[in-house]
Design a protein around this ligand. Structure first.
Ligand code: NCD
Length: 334
C-alpha cells in the first residue's frame, strides 16, 4: 500500500511488507513515544478525533500520538454534541470536517459507517472502530505487542499458537486480529467462545491456518503462546439481559492458568476488561503475573498510531529534522 494520503479503513488493505514498514516506523519513533526525544514534525497539522461511541484508550492514544508528533487535536466525543444528532448525513459531516482538519479518526456504532464517511472526505480517515466490524489499528498494535512479547520468550511469529477467548461474534478487535493473522502461515488459532458467539468465518481468510474451536477455556488455553481475552460486547445485544447470559462463562484465573498453560504464556486483552464480579474476565489473582501484558499492549497504541500518522502524512523522514531533547522530567520511568 502507498500509505501517503491513504484512508486506513480495514486490515484488508495491508500485506506483510506494509506491516513491516509500519513496525520499522514504530521502532524509529519509540524514543519519541517514550519521551526520550521530542519532535514537532506535525506542527500546524490538525487531527479531528470523532468518537461516536465510548472510548478511552483509542481516543486518547490517537490524540497523544498526534500531539507527540507536534500536531493539534480537536475532538467530538458524543453523537449528541455533533450535528449528526440533527439529522446531518455522514457525507456532509465528512465534507465539513475535512475542510477543518488534515486527518480524521472516526469511531461509529454502525458497520461500514467509517467507509461511507471516508468516501466524502477530502483528507485521510482512519477507522477507530465501526460497529462490530473492524478495528484495524487495534490489530496493528496487537500484532506489534505479540511480536515484542514473543521475542522476550525467544519466539517469533513463525509457528504462533494463540487462543482468542470470549465474544468472538461481535468483537471487532478479534475480527481485525484474525484478518492480520491470516497474512501469516504456520499459525494455530484456538477459538474459545460460547456456541452462540462464535467467530464469523469470513474474518479468517487463510486456509493454511489451523483452527480449533471449543467452549472450554481450560482446553483452549493449553499449548498456546498467547491468550487473548475479550469482553462480552453488551452494547451489540438487543438487551442487556441477553448479554448477561454470557458474562462470567469464560474467565481466566490463576488456577486455570497454572493447571493448563505452558510457562510464560502471555495474557493480552484489548481492554476495557469487565472487572465486575459477574464478568471478571481476568481474575485479580493474575494481576501480578509478569506475563500479563495488557498495559504494555495499551502503551503500544501510542507508538503504532504515531507510526501510522507519520506514514499517512508522509513525514517519517523529517522527524529527526525537528528532533530535540526532552526538557521535563516525569516522575516515573516509562
Ligand atoms: C475495544 C473496542 O472498542 O472494540 N476496545 C478498544 O478499542 N481497545 C474492545 C472492547 O470494547 O471490548
Amino acid at each position: 500500500m502507498d500509505f501517503s494520503g491513504s484512508h486506513i479503513l480495514s486490515i484488508d488493505q495491508f500485506n506483510r511488507s506494509d506491516i513491516n514498514a509500519l513496525f520499522s516506523a514504530a521502532e524509529a519513533l519509540e524514543p519519541y513515544a517514550t519521551r526520550k526525544k521530542l519532535t514537532r514534525v506535525l506542527e500546524g497539522a490538525i487531527l479531528s478525533n470523532m468518537f461516536f461511541e465510548p472510548s478511552t484508550r483509542t481516543r486518547i492514544s490517537f490524540g497523544s500520538a498526534f500531539n507527540r508528533l507536534g500536531g493539534a487535536v480537536r475532538e467530538t466525543a458524543e453523537m449528541s454534541s455533533s450535528s449528526l444528532a440533527k439529522g446531518e448525513s455522514l457525507a456532509d459531516t465528512a465534507q465539513v470536517l475535512s475542510g477543518y482538519s488534515d486527518i480524521i479518526v472516526m469511531r461509529h456504532p454502525e458497520n461500514g459507517s467509517v467507509d461511507e464517511f471516508a468516501k466524502a472526505s477530502k483528507v485521510p480517515v482512519i477507522n477507530g472502530g465501526d460497529g462490530s466490524n473492524e478495528h484495524p489499528t487495534q490489530a496493528l498494535l496487537d500484532l506489534y505487542t505479540i511480536k515484542k512479547e514473543l521475542i522476550q520468550n525467544n519466539k517469533t511469529l513463525e509457528g504462533l499458537r494463540i487462543a482468542l477467548v470470549g465474544d468472538l461474534k461481535y468483537g471487532r478487535a478479534v475480527h481485525s486480529l484474525c484478518k492480520i493473522l491470516s497474512l501469516y502461515e504456520d499459525i494455530t488459532i484456538n477459538l474459545v467462545s460460547p456456541n452462540e458467539l462464535t467467530l464469523p468465518k469470513k474474518y479468517i481468510s487463510n486456509s493454511k491456518i489451523q483452527i480449533n474451536e471449543s467452549e472450554s477455556i481450560e482446553e483452549g488455553v493449553s499449548e498456546v503462546d498467547i491468550i487473548y481475552m475479550t469482553r462480552i460486547q453488551e452494547e451489540r445485544f438487543k438487551t442487556v439481559n441477553e448479554a448477561n447470559r454470557y458474562k462470567g462463562l469464560l474467565s481466566l484465573s490463576k488456577e486455570i492458568y497454572t493447571a493448563n498453560c505452558e510457562p510464560n504464556t502471555v495474557i493480552m486483552h484489548p481492554l476495557p476488561r469487565d472487572s465486575r464480579k459477574e464478568s471478571n474476565e481476568i481474575n485479580a489473582d493474575l494481576f501480578d503475573n509478569p506475563n500479563l501484558a495488557i498495559f504494555r499492549q495499551a502503551d503500544n497504541g501510542v507508538v503504532i498510531r504515531m507510526a501510522l500518522f507519520a506514514l499517512v502524512l508522509d513525514v517519517l523522514d523529517q522527524v529527526k529534522d525537528t528532533s530535540r531533547k526532552v526538557n521535563w522530567k516525569t516522575t516515573k520511568n516509562i
